[in-house]
Design a protein around this ligand. Structure first.
Ligand code: SF4
Ligand code: SF4
Length: 497
């Protein structure tokens, strides 16, 4: 699970032209995930809160960056999928960090990143422990950053156990996005995920531990909602443990007022040293995750673009520039310069306008199709909403579902890049084919004959025909050309399935 999308950061204030060029290189796919529907689908004050948040808004994740600072190492419980001792600069998954920071170091890092990465809109504290349990460090960091960069959106992630006693301070600090990881509402299910918790100065185990955790999570969630803090619920999908149960979890979260539900696949590998990894508990396959998300998505806001970031991630979702901003590389002292971020936002407003036009055209093209089986389409993109990456360079594929109803984002599937130093690696290609499960076609800027043939043998077409087009336009164009013929009525009918 290596770094995903490469991005050359903007170095301080730059021209709009340079920023527009940079936009074309960065970010991730057209956002049809997160809060769906955009500005018209929610009250204006909510849209104002989420429109530039890469995790909460439908399309913001292609334009805006987040950073996590690893200031909160202590945790008050144990999850069977977590081993915080594991540390690898190339490993992208929650809880993993290369460097733990003191609050003053974290504030210095945030200023350095804000000066160098104008896409930055969000600062989050997401471990490697629990932000609410390790509250003194979390609070000191947020206070220092708020003073240095007042307009940065502040976020935290928590297991919820120590959340209720922090809610008042969270609201007072102006933290209006909180993520709670909730994997169950039935303590019997929780007992298979959490071996123990530490609460009220003692250790609890088994079903009782999960009962306490559940009550604290729901209490904290309701308290936040009462204070108009937006709550995202993360759930880890663990096949055979809580996968079916997550439908009940989703319904309960919606009823309690959570803004967004994010179901993430269990990452399980013996090398990570987690209980689940060592005992052979598998994670879900891509199509299992999609099937669950599809069922959960009926009538609820669902996040589908989560990249399961490191606790010290920096950059647009899907990339990690953390290694550029390690403590040793930070300036001893630097004042925040707001010019770069302000100028970048103006560029984004224009880009969003162009994207909206492109989407409307794609929708109109699809509406002319009469018979319309849905298909999954994967896209290789370096960002900017375009099909602009070579197959062999991709470290993730963006998967969309297309039908006459439109193009919808399904999720990002991580892969190891196939091309290594100019040579193709067979093992990486096998991994990519497995990751593309269920996909009919992969749209790329370029692909070699050898991987193209291998993909074809696995039933996946690879096409360069829509290279450098907007993603939705390219997908609609492929769908119309591959599956329809124009009838006498001027509408299209199914040609092939
Ligand atoms: S709550 Fe977070 S930091 Fe604590 S054990 Fe679970 S995953 Fe790890
Ligand atoms: S882990 Fe998911 S929700 Fe958290 S910052 Fe990364 S993409 Fe956003």
């Amino acid at each position: 699970m290596a770094e995903l999308i490469s991005l050359d950061g903007l170095k301080g204030p730059s021209s709009s032209k340079a920023m527009r060029a940079e936009l074309g290189k960065d970010g991730c796919a057209a956002g049809a995930c997160g809060a769906p529907g955009g500005a018209g689908a929610m009250p204006a004050e909510i849209w104002e809160k989420v429109k530039d948040h890469p995790c909460y808004a439908e399309e913001a994740h292609r334009y805006f960056a987040r950073m996590h600072v690893a200031v909160a190492p202590a945790c008050n419980m144990q999850c069977h999928y977590c081993n915080r001792k594991f540390d690898c600069a190339n490993e992208s998954r929650p809880g993993v960090v290369s460097e733990r920071l003191r609050p003053e170091e974290a504030a210095r890092k945030v200023v350095a990143v804000a000066n160098a990465v104008p896409q930055l809109s969000v600062l989050g504290i997401a471990g490697p422990g629990d932000a609410c349990y390790d509250w003194a460090r979390t609070k000191a960091t947020f206070e220092a950053v708020r003073e240095a960069i007042p307009d940065l959106t502040l976020c935290l992630s928590t297991n919820g156990l120590a959340l209720p006693e922090r809610v008042e301070e969270i609201a007072a600090l102006g933290i209006d996005h909180v993520t709670i990881t909730i994997n169950m509402i039935e303590p019997e299910v929780g007992a298979r995920i959490y071996p123990w918790i530490f609460h009220q100065h003692r250790r609890w185990e088994g079903v009782e531990a999960s009962r306490i955790l559940h009550e604290r999570q729901m209490l904290g969630l309701r308290m936040l909602v009462e204070r108009s803090v937006l709550v995202k619920v993360n759930s880890v999908m663990i096949p055979g443990v809580n996968d079916a149960h997550l439908l009940e979890v989703g319904a309960a979260m919606k009823e309690a007022g959570a803004f967004l539900h994010n179901v993430m696949p269990l990452i399980s590998d013996p090398a990570h040293g987690t209980h689940f990894g060592l005992t052979g508990q598998r994670g879900p396959r891509p199509m299992e995750l999609k099937a669950l998300q599809d069922r959960l998505g009926e009538g609820a806001r669902l996040m589908r673009h989560c990249r399961q970031c490191r606790a010290d991630a920096v950059g647009i979702l899907g990339e990690d520039r953390g290694q550029e901003f390690t403590l040793g590389k930070l300036p001893d002292e630097a004042a925040y310069d707001p010019a770069g971020r302000a100028e970048y936002r103006e560029v984004v407003v224009r880009e969003r306008g162009e994207l909206a036009v492109s989407r409307r055209k794609a929708e109109a093209q699809l509406r002319r199709i009469e018979a319309a089986p849905s298909r999954l389409v994967a896209v290789a993109s370096r960002g900017g909403g375009r099909i602009n990456q070579h197959f062999g360079h991709a470290t993730e594929f963006l998967v969309f579902e297309v039908s006459a109803k439109g193009v919808g984002f399904v999720g990002a599937r991580r892969v190891e890049s196939y091309c290594k130093g100019g040579f193709g690696e067979a093992e990486a290609l096998e991994g990519a084919i497995a990751a593309l499960e269920g996909v009919a076609v992969v749209l790329v800027a370029k692909i070699g004959e050898a991987p193209k043939k291998k993909l074809a043998a696995a039933g996946i077409t690879a096409s360069e025909a829509h290279a450098y087009e907007w993603i939705e336009a390219g997908i609609a164009g492929w769908y119309a050309a591959a599956f329809t013929t124009t009838s006498e009525t001027g509408r299209s009918t199914l040609k092939a399935g």
